[in-house]
Ligand binder design. Structure first.
Ligand SMILES: [Zn+2]
Length: 101
């Protein structure tokens, strides 16, 4: 059998100009969610973008409006995302045995 495989052309314009600016946004970082054990995307929230208060699972205290923090978004269940203080996230590996009662 003869294979007529010459009809394929690959356009040189594989990237669209103007979209997907390099350096235009923070690159996604993938981490292991300490709560679910799933792979999650770590996003930084700038202070100006922190327009709601959230409960931090690291210290069980509130992240106030206007405080920059990080969000952990599980890839399998984005609705289960958690907001962490920067400090709590960086110390997530050390779990304190005692918790306030
Ligand atoms: Zn915290």
């Amino acid at each position: 059998m003869a294979r007529g495989d010459r009809g394929r052309r690959r356009g040189p314009r594989s990237r669209a100009p103007g979209s997907g600016l390099p350096g235009g946004g923070a690159p996604a970082r993938f981490v292991t969610d300490p709560l679910s054990g799933d792979t999650a995307e770590l996003r930084s929230i700038q202070p100006v973008a922190a327009t709601k208060a959230y409960r931090c699972p690291g210290c069980n205290q509130e992240i106030a409006v206007g405080v920059g923090h990080v969000v952990v978004v599980p890839l399998g269940d984005p609705t289960a995302r958690r907001h962490w203080h920067h400090a709590c996230w960086s110390q997530r590996g050390r779990r304190r045995p005692g918790r306030p009662s």
